[in-house]
Design a protein around this ligand. Structure first.
Ligand code: PLP
Length: 433
């Protein structure tokens, strides 16, 4: 089997990391790799090993690392200054591009991370509606705030709508402010929203939850009930924005929320995210436009940072080129189809779940409709396969392939070879056919 050798320099860095970083890392990816550089759809570690990169920085690098247009835009901005706190042209132009692209976006407020964007979006919904509680869906990720960290990955499966905190340190009172519904269960979600409408300040969801596509009619039903009851609906498009289509998941699925959050791609690999929404809601960020008790104060040192905005603008320009989405969707589709074929050949209980730009193999049979279904997968097999892939130069998240416009047919072929080897390495007892 191909192997990845780690040299002394990378090992020394990992040793230093273990000393000075809790858990030996930044809290994100497993600290068993120190990346030295990324080019296109590949990264290289400090020891010189090359990997096909399906991690893509957890999603921002949708057009690949060191894209010449993005690098040029950043290098043009840096000598003119890197942060001002005051308005600057790149941020204004980026806001215009977002408003042009995203159906719900009349106006944009920039922040620095998706977590921040989600926390402010939920606060905005409460400010607009004047009601306290947030409805979210089990397994949905809405950043790291106290409100976001409810029933993201609950170890204990509670009865809906009880929320289970995902982290130590969250005040117990917050759990009572979050109502949790099952994703893709239209009837249960609508019933909950109707029954508790007087308390519900907003509904937040990932239109494509982690790996799980929405069932036909689910998003439309949540749109209908929230519109009918005057409850602001937030789509968390931190991942899907400018990825599922230029207009995001709301374009892809044809359902328009009141507010959305964006991140990842719009920062072009720099720290930038946004809340975007209908003008009558976004006005709550403007002290002059609302009564004092409706004003949502929001300030951030790096908000609308010109370097990040220049990178984001350049990225969106590349994505507007004809064929950009068709290309990445075709590459992703060929990888999905190839993986599905190899799973069938191997006869294991597994399936490819997701959309062509973002998917993974789930090691379970059945309808992967929600968090509880995904939880049934064979995580030992998942870990084993991911380990074999890594040893063969495939870098991916534990449960996701992110595709980029920079990935090639050769990358797909190499990935399928590695997956074939992973299937061959499974003990015969793990196969069902
Ligand atoms: C759907 C979703 N929302 C919010 C976030 C948080 O974004 P950030 O990591 O920029 O804080 C993420 C991050 O992966 C995400 O996937």
């Amino acid at each position: 089997m191909a192997g990845i050798a780690k040299g002394a320099a990378e090992q020394a860095l990992m040793e230093a990391a273990r000393r000075v970083l809790p858990g030996g890392g930044f809290g994100n990816f497993a600290p068993d790799i120190v990346v030295a550089e990324g080019q296109g759809g590949h990264v290289r570690d400090v020891s010189g090993n090359d990997y096909i990169d399906y991690l893509l920085g957890s999603g921002p690098m949708f057009i690949g690392h060191n894209h010449p247009a993005v690098t040029a835009a950043v290098l043009a901005q840096i000598p003119r200054g890197t942060t001002f706190f005051a308005n600057s042209e790149p941020g204004i132009r980026l806001a215009e591009a977002i408003v042009d692209a995203v159906a719900c976006a009349d106006q944009v407020r920039f922040v620095s991370s998706g977590s921040e964007a989600d926390a402010y979006a939920m606060r905005l919904a409460r400010a607009v509606s004047g009601r306290p509680k947030i409805v979210k869906f089990e397994g949905g990720y809405h950043g790291m705030s106290d409100w976001g960290m409810m029933s993201l990955a609950p170890k204990r499966l509670a009865n809906f709508p009880e929320a289970v905190p995902d982290s130590a340190g969250i005040p117990d009172a917050i759990r009572n402010e979050v109502l949790v519904a099952p994703f893709n269960d239209t009837e249960a979600a609508v019933r909950l929203i109707e029954a508790r409408a007087q308390e519900i300040g907003g509904v937040i969801l990932e239109p494509f939850q982690r790996l799980i596509p929405p069932k036909h009619g689910f998003l439309a039903a949540i749109r209908e009930v929230t519109a009918r009851l005057g409850i602001p609906l937030i789509f968390d498009e931190v991942v899907t924005g400018f990825r599922f289509a230029y207009g995001g998941a709301q374009e892809h699925y044809g359902v328009t929320p009141d507010i959305c959050t964006l991140g990842k791609i719009i920062g072009g690999g720099f720290p930038l995210a946004a809340v975007a929404g209908r003008a009558e809601m976004m006005k709550h960020f403007d002290r002059a436009a609302v009564a004092e008790d409706g004003f949502l104060m929001q300030v951030g040192t790096l908000s609308g940072n010109p370097v990040a905005a220049a990178a984001g603008l350049a990225t969106l320009e590349v994505l507007r080129e004809p064929g950009a989405y068709e290309g990445v969707f075709a590459t992703g589709r060929s990888l999905m189809d190839g993986l599905t074929g190899l799973i069938h050949e191997a006869g294991i209980p597994a399936q490819v779940v997701g959309e062509a730009v973002m998917f993974d193999v789930v090691y379970a049979d059945g309808d992967m409709r929600d968090y509880r279904a995904i939880c049934r997968q064979d995580t030992a097999m998942q870990k084993h396969v991911n380990g074999v892939l890594r040893a063969r130069g495939i870098l991916k998240g534990e449960s996701k392939y992110y595709l980029s416009t920079a990935h090639t047919a050769e990358d797909v072929a190499q990935t399928l070879d590695a997956f074939r080897a992973a299937m061959a390495s499974l003990p015969a007892t793990r196969r069902v056919a």
